[in-house]
Write a protein that binds this ligand. Structure first.
Ligand code: SF4
Length: 347
């Protein structure tokens, strides 16, 4: 990984690299810092590396654990010591990034591949994974190995390295030892909750860059696959998802700030037995109206909040309808009058 950083910086003429790490990983921080110290001692980092004219400093930076710091400009703001509010683009970071300098932001997993590509060649790298789909001009292929983080209701959760393009079912059965307690899967999140949901029937979808999009998901995302067994309530799943995104929205954009709140309030009402069947279409309307893809927000967090809503309701609508009918047989919501604001005296 450090060699990948050095090669990337050499190629882009960068003199400083920052490794931005979430706060919760102290072991990673200690190991990375120890490895960096070894590199400095060996002359692989610092001034005039191995007697050349190339100099590079690599700094570890510990973030304060906000989801939005995964967005590159939010990360840059946080790195500069500010609140992690994503920036309006353009300018893009490659033109004006951290400390107003041209900046390249990449996932460390990507950077770690650089060393292997330089050592073994692009053809070797492209021999792993899935070639481009000739019928899809937007699919450049999915090459190389991938770290799949498998969690949820499987026998052997863990982080597995496998070629891009294995199916979700292969990951669950061959790497994760199958669904736990002998149960069946009901659904799986393909790559972080923001990517949406696979149904059980969609588990044969390849986990490559194009695969999840073919079944209505946002994409592969982080390849952090979470398995939901047949006992999980999709209503509970969506409630948790809405709670998470409402909490993580940074609040700059009205559609994201208000939309995530409305979605959560509706899910809380449904969970409290006051749901209405028409709430499902209202939720879909929120899902279709917030995010970068409809062009209403600064960053993609709102899309990330919208996709689980759209996927859960479109793919599991029957379960939501059954829940609402069972918990609120009259089918209408109990509403409360909103108090008028006090009228202030003219003076
Ligand atoms: S979309 Fe949401 S998280 Fe992203 S900048 Fe706007 S309010 Fe913040």
């Amino acid at each position: 990984m450090i060699e990948g950083i050095i090669l990337s910086c050499y190629a882009t003429k960068a003199k400083t690299a920052y490794v931005y790490l979430r706060y919760e990983y102290p072991t990673c921080l200690d190991r990375m810092q120890a490895a960096l110290d070894e590199c400095y001692a060996a002359g692989y980092l610092g001034q005039n590396i191995l007697g050349s004219e190339f100099s590079l400093d690599v700094c570890m930076h510990r973030g304060a654990a906000a989801y939005i710091c995964g967005e590159e400009t939010g990360l840059i703001e946080s790195l500069e010591g500010k609140r992690a509010w994503p920036r309006i683009k353009p300018p893009f970071p490659a033109v004006e990034g951290v400390f107003r300098k041209p900046t390249v932001v990449n996932n460390i997993e990507t950077v770690a591949c650089v060393t292997h590509i330089v050592n073994r060649g692009a053809d070797w790298f492209k021999s792993i994974g899935v070639p481009a789909d000739p019928n899809n001009p937007r699919d450049p292929g999915s090459y190389g190995p991938k770290l799949y983080c498998l969690s949820g209701h499987v026998n052997k959760p863990g982080c597995y390295e496998a070629p891009l393009g294995i199916t979700c079912r292969q990951l669950i059965d061959e790497y994760g030892g199958g669904v736990w307690k002998g149960r069946k899967a009901k659904a799986a999140i393909p790559g972080g909750i923001s990517m949406g949901l696979f149904t059980e029937k969609e588990l044969d979808t390849p986990l490559d860059f194009a695969g999840p999009g073919r079944v209505g998901c946002l994409g592969l995302g982080t390849a952090a696959v979470v398995v939901l067994d047949e006992t999980v309530s999709i209503v509970d799943f969506l409630h948790n998802s809405c709670r998470f995104f409402q909490h993580e929205s940074c609040g700059q954009c009205t559609p994201c700030r208000e939309g995530t709140r409305w979605a959560l309030e509706m899910l809380e009402r449904i969970k409290a037995g006051k749901g209405r069947l028409k709430d499902l279409d209202l939720l879909l309307e929120i899902g279709d109206s917030i995010g970068i893809i409809p062009g209403t927000t600064i960053c993609g967090l709102a899309d990330g909040a919208a996709w689980p809503i759209k996927n859960a309701i479109r793919k599991f609508r029957g379960e939501f309808e059954e829940y609402i009918k069972r918990t609120n047989p009259q089918g209408y919501a109990v509403t409360h009058a909103v108090k008028a604001l006090p009228i202030l005296a003219a003076h």
